[in-house]
Design a binder for this molecule. Structure first.
Ligand SMILES: [Mg+2]
Length: 395
């Protein structure tokens, strides 16, 4: 079985509400959606969320990278097994025009293309994408299929009334873990957290994400009033360029540190481990270059004694939600799981299936072939702003 064509589209996904954190505010998400068509007509779908402040990518730039990549040479081979498909995906190396010292300047593109390939071949093989985890050598020790996963929730920077409501809603909905976005200019985080802790209840596992808002030398002073609210972890408290200083501050702090913006690639992960800069990685499929690259990061974390969560980008559609579900339902030891916000965050679904989590953040493993979701063509056609197709072979 061979790939006949790739079609890449930029889609503008409208969100139900404004999402605000320390480094961005958005009401819609510009995503890259890729369709991989096999010779027999089987279609697979993939998605990436290029964010310039995370991996330096833009949706338009991703299309340029794809146009400059010798696709037939890299993706033209025939695949008869997951081992072949893994090899094919590993051989996909987008052309990157700029210097790329962190090895992440095409990660969202890699993710979108790779997921479309995995979905297409999964459908052709009649197997769910999660099947490939135990075929991927670096991740074999992590393989632990589960019937159900449980998502964590997030409270973004909102007004006091809305925050109180959100906290109460999260508690009543039965979540066990909640992340609070902190570090937004003008917000009194100490007061916010006291209020959120009160309304969300004593039992909720509460953690913070500062999205690079603070400075390393100021970190103990920023954290001290917040940690009184029983905080289990702080994510990316300082900008990436302060990673070495963060490693020093971490030695004097009891609260575990998670890296997100500083964890985009294998190079990033190896450096963070060498510096002993963190306790946890926030792995996100799009940010980290796809399903396989994310497995590799989790495997490295696992052998290095670093914990990991699977995170998401707000604005991911059901394609990335489904991919995250397959990943989470087949990997052991995930500390926190984020994603599958679909119905709660998207104004309309681009997938026929609604993969939004249910009560308590619970959601079942997906068992259908490929990613297990199908695209609604009309919705996708309405939301896309550009589309390019590359064909090769005899199609
Ligand atoms: Mg984060």
């Amino acid at each position: 079985m061979q790939i006949a064509s790739l079609t890449a589209s930029i889609v503008q996904i409208p969100l139900r509400r404004e999402i605000k954190h320390a480094s961005a505010t958005r009401r819609e998400s510009a995503n890259l959606v890729v369709c991989c068509r096999l010779r027999d007509g089987t279609e697979g779908w993939g998605e990436g969320v290029p964010r310039s402040y995370v991996t330096g990518e833009t949706p338009e730039g991703a299309l340029e990278q794809l146009a400059a990549t010798p696709l037939e040479e890299q993706l033209g081979r025939s695949c008869a097994s997951w081992a072949d498909v893994i090899q094919l995906c590993c051989g996909f190396q987008p052309r990157i025009a700029q210097p790329d010292p962190r090895g992440h300047r095409a990660n969202a593109l890699r993710c979108a293309v790779e997921l479309s390939i995995l979905d297409a071949f999964g459908r052709a093989f009649g197997q769910p994408v999660s099947e490939l985890v135990h075929h991927y050598e670096p991740a074999r020790a992590l393989y632990a299929p589960q019937d159900q996963v449980r998502y964590s929730t997030t409270i973004t920077a909102e007004g006091p009334v809305q925050e109180r409501l959100s906290a109460l809603k999260m508690r009543l909905y039965g979540f066990r873990q909640c992340k609070v976005k902190v570090g937004v200019a003008g917000a009194d985080d100490a007061q916010r957290l006291r209020r959120i802790r009160f309304w969300i209840g004593r039992r909720m596992d509460l953690r913070l994400d500062a999205n690079e808002a603070w400075q390393a030398d100021d970190l103990p002073r920023k954290l001290e009033p917040l940690l009184r609210n029983r905080i289990s972890c702080i994510e990316q408290p300082v900008p990436h360029h302060q990673l070495e200083s963060l490693a020093e501050v971490r030695r004097q702090q009891a609260v575990p540190i998670m890296l997100d913006e500083s964890l985009t690639s294998l190079q990033d992960a190896q450096r963070a481990i060498a510096l002993d800069a963190c306790d946890l990685f926030n792995i996100r499929l799009s940010k980290c270059g796809g399903f396989l690259a994310s497995l590799e990061l989790a495997a490295l974390a696992h052998v290095s004694g670093v914990g990991y969560q699977l995170g998401c980008h707000p604005g991911e559609t059901g394609i990335l939600s489904a991919a995250g579900r397959h990943w989470a339902a087949s990997v052991r030891g995930i500390r926190y799981l984020e994603g599958s916000y679909d119905r709660h965050l998207l104004r309309e679904l681009v997938t026929c299936e609604d993969v939004t989590f249910g009560y308590g953040g619970r959601a079942p493993a997906l068992r259908r072939p490929g990613l297990g979701v199908t695209i609604v063509p009309d919705v996708l056609a309405r939301l896309k702003t550009s589309e390019t197709t590359w064909r090769w072979g005899q199609s």
